[in-house]
Design a protein around this ligand. Sequence first.
Ligand code: DSN
Length: 411
Amino acid sequence: MKNLKKTDQKIYKAIQGEQKRQEEGLEMIASENYVSKAVLETLGTVFTNKYSEGYPGKRYYGGQEFTDVVESLAIDRAQKLFKAQHINVQPLSGAPANMIAYSAVLKPGDKILGMDLSHGGHLTHGHPVTLSAQIYNFIGYKTEKDGQIDYVALEKMAIKEKPKMILAGFSAYSRNLNYRKFRQIANKINAILMIDIAHIAGLIAGKAISNPVPYFDIVTTTTHKTLRGPRGGMIMCKKKYAQAIDKATFPGFQGGPHMNNIAAKAVAFGEALRPSFKKYAKQIILNAKVLEKELKQYDFKIMFGGTDNHMLLIDVFGSKNVSGKEAEIALDKIGITINKNVIPDDSRSPMDPSGIRIGTPAITTRGMKEREVRQIAVWINIAIENHNNEKVLRKLHKEVKQLCKKFPLYK
Ligand code: DSN
């Protein structure tokens, strides 16, 4: 970054600081990951200069011989990973992808049956503070005491409410979904069936979780979580909805696509097609399962009865009488980054909820396996139980830094 260093010291220093933070700490926010050097390089290329409204072969501006190459490659590679009938790689991120998908097939006021946020859903699945809830009429389904979705209750709700769309997918739910059941319920009421796979896209691409694409009409995702690509979104759908999705993306919702991101998506999809990505996806889940087992031993209450994917939702208030916010701060102090999170029907506020969410995608990218995860569980337990003891936290921070040194980031 020799040019930036000369021209903008403030931004240069902030980047250096962030790089050091990432290198010296354990990133365990379930939605984060570390991209490869190749993806980072691609993001910083001249494609950032280019406008390319439209789609490959049908653009509104000239000079598209290379943008067409990278967008077509991104689509082809995503197709190999997910086997979708149609793919649009232009959505800028997950929230816009969801808004685009709704607007492609629904009218304002239409009813959507989605997962309640406190039970693991996402803000854009109809939380009252979002634009999605202002435009559409959302109703929420919940999980049962055993952490599973009650598909009989879901079917009853669908028959009673007759939503135009049934929405599966989540941002804090740790169990597998029954795609076939969702399909059967949607068929019964003739609803459009959509799933948001933002969190698990990499696990699906790596064949560690089964592929929902054949069952769903529309599939949205981000590309930067388990899929380990650049920040961005993507929509996959049945042929029947292809034109509506493309039109709703551009010109319906977005202007020019961010072609440097699309090129980087193509690079990341190429990486996900390699056999090593399958090993990576499998190890993410192995690591999460070990974390679950260890934390249970330390009497942490794991929501939804455990995990089938890359994350755990933990009721720290119910387990240790420490709030989600206090736990987040204590873990931050020892160099473990996680986020506070509501638990199902949380009685506490979202700014200081009962839970924390922990994920294993980023530490797995660093090469950490079961042994390191067992050590991390020890630290998490001591830090939370001693959240007011600065001396203990300082000692743990040193130990975390030592572990991170053994697993360098961008060697
Ligand atoms: N912010 C993402 C997450 O953490 O799950 C989803 O929007």
